[in-house]
Design a protein around this ligand. Structure first.
Ligand code: ADP
Length: 427
């Protein structure tokens, strides 16, 4: 079965057409600058790329160009839209309504729209992408996979805030958590690489990108996570502050005479690595400045590592131990320096790293701990599209179209081709 995976942002639509049986990415691309001057569509098949500058006033136009790229005589890999078995949409917020993927109907779409107030940019754009696909791909099922759904197993003692209880019952103020699709993938993947079943493991998963979160996964289920009611909470991030004393907020609002919107923008866009370093949200640029003796650059990197370490310790303690620690996303996959800052001097805690392996992480998933390390540490290349494609297959494929996964235990651990996704055990 071929699935079209769609990730609609406020001004872009990224897509991948995936053959679910082989997990080959047949075509991918992006409609960018939607609603702005200079909009374009870029498509990439295995052998070619095509870039077209075209007016994209809205998401309807964006989806129209994505579909015409798939059918394009030069670069397209399908002859008819009927070849697409399902469309999978990545949705940031599923609120309390969704603990797994769903096929879109009026009720599902209503709930996604209801949640716009909790994720204004993300859910609004996603709803527009879904509606455009429904108009232009009638008869093809639309599936939604939520970043929050994986975290619906977090128990009340971890998802309730110490606020008046009515905020929980009347306003749904609770920890939702995000990056669930990534944490789900990474934890399945590490279990497969270690030849273990995820249900028997305690995993701390670190998704360290521009946004970042840590997740405690106990027996295959999210048990706690660092992001909260919104993606602002938790570790320090590229431009987000992560957890801070909440009393700072009214104090600064009064001192600087700020509106709630202005304060919100500062916490989300002017804080984190950028706010402390005053240089960038990108650790590569901060690291460069640190080498020329910049104090704030050095401080920002130390604070980042400490904030991640704090959650690793807390979550391992919450689960009563930890069998595997995983690191993924832009910073996690690419920065040997940051991985070392986070993991150094942890031998007493059961993390014994192989620093040569850490320095040589490439495009493949691999362990960076020694064989005897009580807690195994893996760098995993996250693959959210894989989980969404599997959701589409599970909900929409005809039985004869479902390819049974190969037994991952028989795959040589370090030789998976991560560009194709990996087989893992269905639970
Ligand atoms: P997002 O949360 O936007 O998906 P990513 O997972 O792509 O973010 O992570 C982006 C961040 O990853 C960058 O801001 C940078 O700090 C870091 N990063 C990306 N590539 C590298 C690299 N080659 N070396 C070190 N850090 C990198």
């Amino acid at each position: 079965m071929k699935t079209l995976i769609v990730n609609s942002g406020s001004s872009s639509i990224k897509y991948q057409l995936i053959d679910v049986t082989s997990f080959d990415v047949l075509q991918s691309g992006e409609a960018a600058q939607i609603g702005f001057p200079g909009s374009y569509i870029r498509s990439k098949s295995k052998t070619r790329m095509k870039h077209i500058n075209v007016a994209l006033p809205d998401h309807e136009a964006g989806i129209r160009m994505v579909l015409s790229g798939l059918l394009d005589p030069d670069i397209g890999v399908i002859k008819s839209l009927d070849e697409i078995g399902a469309v999978g949409h990545r949705i940031v917020h599923g609120g309390k309504y969704f603990d797994g993927p769903a096929i879109v109907d009026d009720d599902v779409l209503d709930k996604i729209k209801k949640l716009i107030k909790l994720a204004p940019l993300h859910n609004d754009a996603a709803a527009k992408g879904i509606e455009a696909c429904m108009h232009q791909m009638q008869g093809i099922p639309q599936v939604v996979s939520f970043d929050t759904a994986f975290h619906m197993t977090i128990p009340p003692e971890h998802h309730t805030y110490a606020l008046p209880y009515e905020y929980y019952t009347d306003y749904d103020v609770r920890k939702y958590g995000f990056h669930g699709i990534s944490h789900d993938y990474v934890s399945r993947r590490v279990a497969a690489l270690m030849g273990r079943r995820r249900e028997s493991m305690r995993i701390v998963s670190c998704h360290l990108g521009n946004g970042g979160s840590i997740c405690a996964i106990k027996k295959g289920k999210s048990f706690d996570t660092s992001m909260g009611f919104t993606p602002l909470d938790g570790i320090m991030m590229g431009t987000r502050c992560g957890s801070i004393d909440p009393a700072i907020i009214p104090f600064i609002m009064e001192e600087k005479d700020l509106t709630p919107q202005e304060m919100d923008a500062i916490l989300n866009r002017e804080s984190g690595l950028l706010g402390v370093s005053g240089i960038s949200n990108d650790i590569r640029e901060i690291d460069e400045a640190r080498y020329s003796g910049n104090y704030r650059a050095d401080l920002a990197l130390k604070m980042y590592a400490e904030s991640v370490r704090r959650y690793i310790g807390a979550f391992a303690f919450e689960m009563g131990g930890c069998d595997a620690l995983t690191i993924t996303a832009g910073i996690g996959q690419n920065s040997a320096m940051m991985r070392r800052m986070i993991l150094e001097h942890m031998e007493g805690f059961g993390i014994v790293c192989d620093w040569e392996a850490n320095a040589n992480v490439g495009a493949k998933d691999c362990a960076i701990s020694t064989e005897g390390s009580p807690i195994q540490v893996y760098v995993i290349h996250t693959n959210e599209e894989y989980i969404i494609a599997k959701d589409c297959e599970r909900l929409c494929a005809k039985p004869e179209e479902i390819a049974f996964d190969k037994d991952p235990l028989k795959e040589p651990a370090k030789d998976f081709d991560t560009s194709k996704g990996i087989p893992f055990i269905e639970e």
